[in-house]
Design a protein around this ligand. Structure first.
Ligand code: UDP
Length: 334
C-alpha cells in the first residue's frame, strides 16, 4: 500500500510515517513546512532506514497535488495538512476556513481525477465545548473546530455520492509523547499552547514554571482531566484506519484514546518521575473554554480495527523527555 501523507512532516504525520514504513507500506510526504521542519523528513529516513519521495508542496496548490498523483501510484491518502491553532483561528477565521477547506477539497478533487478512493481524515478533536442547552448540536467552540466538522460533512456527502469512496474520520484529543528514539517529536513554534510541550520546556530549562489553569474544578484533585494518548499509538491507529479503508467503502468515524483521563497534577508528577527534573508550577485561573474532564470511548476502534492503546502515561512522559532532552530547541534550522 502506497500512502500519501499530507502534512507528513508535522508531529502526528511524522510518527504515522514511521509506523507505516515499519509496517512495510510505501509513503509519499507532501508538506509546505509552514509549521514543520524538513529535518523531520530526514529523521524519519534515519529511524526507518527507508527512503521515500517528499514534496515541498502546499496542498491548496492544485497543480502541485496533481503532479504528486501523476508521479506516484497512490492507494490511500492520510490528510493532516491544515492550520491547527485554536486561539489563532478565532482571530483570523477566514484564513482558517480558506486554508483548511481548500486543502481538503483540493486533495479530494485531485484524488478523484487520479481515481484514488481511500481517505483518512486525521480530524483530531472537534473542540468540545461546555455544552449549553441553547447550542445547536455539533456546534464547535472555534473556527478551527468548525473547519474540522465541515470537512467531516464534506466527506459524508462525497461518500454518499460516490459508492467507491472510503473515508475514515479519526477523532482523538490529547496526543503526547514521541518516537522512543527521541529523534522526532512535537516542536511548537513560540510559547506552547498545550500542556506537555510546556512541561517539557520547563523541565529542560527553557521556561521558568508552568501555570496550571484552574485548581477548583469538580475533579478529584481540582485540575482538569484529559485522555492523553501516546503519539505512537495514534500512529498505529492511522495505519489500521488505512488498512480498513482498503476493504470498507463509505464513511466511518472512529475515536482513538485510552479511555482513561489523567489530571494536570498527575501528568506533572509522571513527568517529574520520567525526567528526574523538577517541574515548578503555580495554580492560576481557569482558561476560558476548558471543560473539567473528557475522554474518548474507543470501543469502536477495538471492534473495527482491533486497535487498543498500548502505552502508559509513564511511557508518554519518558518519550516526550527523550525528544525534549535530545532536542532542547526543537529541530535544528534546516
Ligand atoms: N494546561 C495547563 N497549563 C498549560 C497548558 C494546559 O494547566 O500551560 C491544562 C489545560 O487547562 C487542560 C490540560 O492542561 O486541562 C490540557 O490542555 P491542552 O491545551 O494540552 O489540551 P486540550 O485538552 O485543551 O486540548
Amino acid at each position: 500500500m502506497n500512502v500519501l501523507l499530507t502534512g507528513g512532516a508535522g508531529y502526528i504525520g511524522s510518527h504515522t510515517a514511521v509506523e507505516l514504513l515499519n509496517r512495510g507500506c510505501d509513503i509519499v510526504i507532501a508538506d509546505d513546512y509552514s509549521n514543520s521542519s524538513p529535518v523531520a523528513v530526514e529523521r524519519i529516513r534515519q529511524i526507518t532506514g527507508r527512503d521515500f519521495p517528499a514534496y515541498h508542496a502546499d496542498v491548496t496548490d492544485r497543480e502541485a497535488v496533481r503532479r504528486i498523483f501523476r508521479e506516484n501510484k497512490i492507494d490511500c491518502v492520510i490528510h493532516f495538512a491544515g492550520k491547527k491553532a485554536v486561539g489563532e483561528s478565532v482571530k483570523i477565521p477566514l484564513s482558517y476556513y480558506r486554508t483548511n477547506l481548500d486543502a481538503a477539497l483540493t486533495v479530494l478533487e485531485c484524488m478523484k481525477e487520479a481515481s484514488v478512493s481511500r481517505f483518512i481524515f486525521s480530524s483530531g478533536s472537534l473542540n468540545p465545548i461546555p455544552y449549553r442547552e441553547d447550542m445547536p448540536r455539533g456546534e464547535c467552540s472555534s473556527p478551527y473546530g468548525t473547519t474540522k466538522a465541515m470537512i467531516e460533512k464534506i466527506l459524508e456527502d462525497a461518500c454518499h455520492a460516490d459508492p467507491a469512496l472510503s473515508a475514515v474520520l479519526l477523532r482523538y484529543f490529547n496526543p503526547i509523547g514521541a518516537h522512543p528514539s527521541g529523534l522526532i517529536g512535537e516542536d511548537p513554534q513560540g510559547i506552547p499552547n498545550n500542556l506537555l510541550p510546556y512541561i517539557a520546556q520547563v523541565a529542560v530549562g527553557r521556561r521558568e514554571k508552568l501555570t496550571v489553569f484552574g485548581g477548583d474544578y469538580p475533579t478529584p484533585d481540582g485540575t482538569c482531566r484529559r485522555d492523553y494518548l501516546h503519539v505512537m499509538d495514534l500512529a498505529a491507529g492511522h495505519h489500521r484506519a488505512a488498512c480498513y479503508t482498503m476493504e470498507h467503502p463509505g464513511v466511518t468515524a472512529v475515536n482513538l484514546g485510552t479511555g482513561t483521563p489523567y489530571s494536570v497534577l498527575e501528568v506533572i508528577e509522571a513527568f517529574r518521575k520520567a525526567s528526574g527534573r523538577e517541574v515548578p508550577y503555580v495554580i492560576g485561573p481557569r482558561r476560558a473554554g476548558d471543560l473539567p474532564e473528557y475522554w474518548a470511548d474507543a470501543a469502536k476502534a477495538k471492534e473495527l480495527f482491533g486497535w487498543q492503546a498500548q502505552y502508559t502515561l509513564q511511557d508518554m512522559c519518558r518519550d516526550t523527555w527523550a525528544w525534549q532532552s535530545k532536542n532542547p530547541q526543537g529541530y535544528p534550522k534546516a
